[in-house]
Design a protein around this ligand. Structure first.
Ligand code: KIV
Length: 277
């Protein structure tokens, strides 16, 4: 078993204490260098199961495995010193029983050094959240659009319209009651996200929810413009790195074909002059 990185400075209790304060800044990360970028600004870094779609080219988050989450969790831990690291419990790793959830959450914590796990689901997952919290595993909840349930929800649809509103409010309350230290609200009508934020004593972290949430989270590759295959309408692009990468690769290809690269400064000469590092 590989050794987990040391715990980072911020703890789940610190995040919980930020209820109603300056909004919490949260992003996903899946690799060491990107975690280092995020650590400079973020309070919480999520190793999300979105890794399956944005890094592995999978069609949904459903095929993501516990081993994938552990590998990416270990990479992210090496890049963090301040932000709290939370690792997602993937589909199939926690729904069977509280005992199954504990076994897998304990592996995630022990093998990555994560400070908490996140799991999707409301009232039906409350007993499992309570079981984990009572055994020393801090849990972040996730209600509203829960992508692991895309097949029963009928797609990646906005949640919380009409009678659905009461169900989602009840889910958020159940997650808090079960002992979660915060909860992600995904793709909800803004007025419901505001109502839940006012109702709960734990911080709400919005993604496609409301500016009134206690914090915001985005998928790193979405906000950097690195992932275009699937683009939810609530994602704001803060950069267009895929386009920059494509033009860099195209410039390189042209230079290789024209024998412009490598030029003298990128070659090692017989007399020892030139780069060797
Ligand atoms: O997997 C993920 O990236 C997430 C965020 C969308 C919150 O769960």
């Amino acid at each position: 078993m590989s050794r987990p990185a040391p715990q980072t400075a911020l703890t789940p209790n610190d995040i919980r204490a930020r209820k109603g304060q300056t909004p919490l800044v949260c992003l996903t990360a899946y690799t060491t260098p990107v975690a280092q970028w995020a650590d400079a600004e973020c309070d919480l870094v999520l190793v999300g199961d979105s890794v399956g779609m944005v890094l592995h080219g999978l069609p949904s988050t459903l095929p993501v495995t516990l081993d994938m989450m552990i590998l990416h969790g270990q990479a992210v831990a090496r890049g963090l010193s301040r932000a709290l690291m939370v690792v997602d419990m993937p589909f199939g790793s926690f729904e069977d029983s509280p005992e199954q959830a504990f076994r897998n959450a304990a592996r995630l914590m022990a093998e990555t050094g994560a400070g908490a796990v996140k799991l999707e689901g409301g009232r039906h997952m409350a007993a499992t959240i309570r079981f984990l919290v009572d055994r020393g595993i801090p849990v972040m909840g996730h209600v509203g659009l829960t992508p692991q349930s895309v097949n029963t929800l009928g797609g990646y649809k906005v949640q919380g319209r009409g009678p659905d509103r009461d169900r989602i409010l009840a889910d958020a309350r159940a997650v808090q009651e079960a002992g979660a230290f915060s909860v992600v609200l995904e793709k909800l009508v803004a007025s419901l996200a505001d109502e839940i934020t006012q109702d709960l004593e734990i911080p709400t972290i919005g993604i496609g929810a409301s500016v009134g949430c206690d914090g915001q989270i985005l998928v790193m590759d979405d906000m950097l413009g690195l992932f275009d295959a699937f683009r939810p309408n609530f994602v704001k692009r803060y950069a267009h790195l895929a386009a920059e990468a494509a033009s860099a690769i195209s410039a390189y290809a042209t230079e290789v074909r024209n024998r412009d690269f490598p030029s003298a400064e990128h070659m090692i000469r017989d007399n020892g002059v030139g780069k060797d590092g």
